[in-house]
Design a protein. Structure first.
Length: 301
């Protein structure tokens, strides 16, 4: 990697507002952190058109049986992996539908694997291991915008015919050159010089939240603003599923609980049962015909 321009990146420059960080009282330090964090949402807002294009690409991939694959190193890779592992319990996706690839392997989530991010061949091997194909969308995450692991992964994904998306926290990022849909969220200097786990990581998390959540909404895995495909795997989620059925249908808590029992605890099935006045078996059939879209399933005759 060419390091000659690294010092010129916005994420690497020194933040003059925090030059005396080590001398600040805790109250002042936290205040300046909070002030800097507020700039992140505005930077993400400016990137919404590109984020929207990525959502459309991801949704189309998932509809065609493809996958959303996050790819990154260090904090960026951990954020992608975190978003991926939250999709099955939140949206009822299969574990192989949204995947997070972290340079250095899953073990690098807890213990950093130094140097792994500098090896583009690792990304090629990781993508080949999961059988990358042209139905997939690969999202490369790199706060600096120049991580070799991500560059290598995006190049390989493009060669395989997959849709490529990049997410960087600097303008004119290197990884943007290798993406069909480049997303740039320039977050500027960190309060702690070069520590992109701060504003950079926050920006990447916000973008990943949007990519996965909006795509799942588009796929019909949400009814209104209710996560009706949630897996009720503990007491809290069982209670949430019951409340969702009540909120979506207007029935009593007891009626909702009875419908959930008939639907094997699946809120989406219970909602279709109650709104379409049908059996659990018919609700499942309707959902299958509607490709899982709750609103469409309710409207089917």
């Amino acid at each position: 990697m060419d390091l000659s321009t690294l010092a010129t990146l916005g994420t690497e420059t020194r933040n003059e507002r925090t030059a005396e960080l080590d001398r600040m009282p805790v109250s002042e330090l936290l205040s300046v952190m909070n002030t800097e964090d507020q700039t992140v949402a505005l930077a993400v807002r400016d990137a919404l058109p590109d984020i929207g294009s990525a959502v459309e690409a991801i949704t189309e991939s998932l509809r065609r049986g493809g996958r959303l694959i996050y790819l990154g190193a260090g904090t960026s890779g951990r954020i992608g992996l975190l978003d991926a592992v939250e999709c099955p319990p939140t949206f009822g996706t299969s574990p192989d539908q949204v995947i997070g690839l972290l340079s250095g392997g899953p073990g690098a989530f807890a213990v950093a694997v130094e140097g792994a991010e500098d090896q583009p061949a690792r990304a090629i091997a990781d993508l080949e291991e999961i059988g990358l194909n042209d139905r997939d969308t690969v999202v490369g995450l790199a706060a600096s915008g120049r991580t070799p692991y991500v560059v290598g992964g995006l190049k390989h994904a493009a060669a395989k015919g997959a849709v490529t998306v990049s997410v960087a926290c600097n303008r004119d990022a290197v990884i943007s050159r290798y993406a069909d849909i480049p997303i740039e969220v320039p977050t500027g200097p960190e309060i702690l010089t070069g520590s992109t786990r701060l504003k950079g990581g926050t920006a990447e998390k916000m973008v990943c939240n949007m990519l996965s959540t909006a795509s799942m909404v588009r796929l019909g895995k949400v009814y209104g603003n209710l996560m009706v495909d949630v897996r009720a795997s503990n007491d809290k989620l069982v209670d949430r599923a019951r409340r969702m059925v009540v909120q979506a249908t207007g029935v009593s808590s007891d009626t909702a609980a009875e419908a959930l029992r008939a639907a094997d605890g699946h809120a989406k099935t219970a909602i279709v049962m109650l709104l379409a006045h049908c059996t659990a078996e018919e609700a499942v059939r309707r959902l299958d015909q509607a490709h899982g879209d709750t609103r469409a399933a309710v409207g089917r005759s």
